[in-house]
Design a protein around this ligand. Sequence first.
Ligand code: ATP
Ligand code: MG
Length: 446
Amino acid sequence: MRLSRYFLPVLKETPAEAQIVSHRLMLRAGMIKQESAGIYAWLPMGYRVLRRIEQIVHEEQQRAGHIPLLMPTLQPADLWQESGRYNAYGPEMLRIRDRHDRDMLYGPTNEEMITDIFRSYVRSYKDLPLTLYHIQWKFRDEIRPRFGVMRGREFLMKDGYNFDLTREDALHAYNRHLVSYLRTYERMGLQAIPMRAESGPIGGDDTHEFLVLAETGESEVFYDSEITDLRFGDREIDYDDVAQCRAVLEEFTSRYARTDDTHDAAVFEAQVPEARRRQARGIEVGQIFYFGTKYSEPMGATVADADGRQVPVHMGSHGIGVSRLLGALIEANHDDAGIIWPEGVTPFHCGIVNLKQGDAATDAACDGLYRGLVAKGLEPLYDDREERAGGKFATMDLIGLPWRITVGPRGLKTGIVELTSRRTGESEELTPELAVARVAEIYAGL
Ligand code: ATP
Ligand code: MG
């Protein structure tokens, strides 16, 4: 993409309404525009990151054997009458009446609808296990939308639902989700710690929230500092292997880590030596639940078991805050100059800064780099505007591309360009060909 032809409305001033750094930077870097409280338009730069995050979530869900579909944002109220949640949900639910006076709602979550889909088609235990998921916009009329996309009213969520014959099978689905979530967040360059949580309006006993530690987080958390040393890494995992998935769950959840809803000071002190006790704040970026037959029973989602008896299926639901993740990622990756995207989610792989636009040799070198990067399957953002070098660097730093190649007449005299890491600020001088090769190598495994 050439910046001169792109739509990147960066702001010079810091917007006064934004209280936390991620919200400020998303507005300044031209990623989002507020349309109403907690409702945002995703401008091209923000949209690119949103799509990258979505892509990672899709890939990791499907790696775990989960199947994508897409349910609508609007739902009939009848389904929610069946589960009893239509009245229970309260003012967070946006209720709508259509022209035929039918009660509708903008989905805050999809347990009822997915249960209805399941009961419409699945009859036998032989069709289990089954996990279906979608990535779809949700609406919750939050009492206090704030912090930009972190607590929106309209927000993008991945929500997945497992259907299993027995509680045991459903707990394997739970563990499988935990493993796939660890992989998902690590691929984005984030550490999200599973913590014991309370279930809220979804209902259920077994549940973990995934938290990214950040001062601006809305949740208070208590944990054993040892937990921050755990990494899933690139280990092989067989998602059908019950013992393997269970072992990962045990590894990542045996140390004390709880949100304030479930925190127990006495247990904390008994289990964790004082030097390792931490109290901090965190951003909830996902949650997994097992809730058994809470929906399948009232809604009649049953299958015939091996003996031909009709039994309600055991279910769980599993969410990832796709749009909230942009905020969490920026909270965890920024400096005074702007965002620092991890390679896994960056909107463009590499920036190209032309220090002397209009100089034939410099323009030609930039064009060559651009073509070279594209030929390697990468997406560069080429700042080809007639602007001072200082302004170009400031924009690149603000939008946070992890790598930048700077091209100027002075370097080109000896055949070199400069490759700079946004994170460390360190630069390397090398030929354009080597610069392309280096950048390609950095992204090769991602
Ligand atoms: P919270 O406690 O933050 O209100 P929740 O527990 O009600 O969230 P879930 O039903 O668990 O939310 O939804 C799954 C994920 O969706 C959450 O882990 C979070 O990352 C994200 N999410 C929930 N509410 C919002 C919101 N208002 N804006 C953006 N993301 C949200
Ligand atoms: Mg939650």
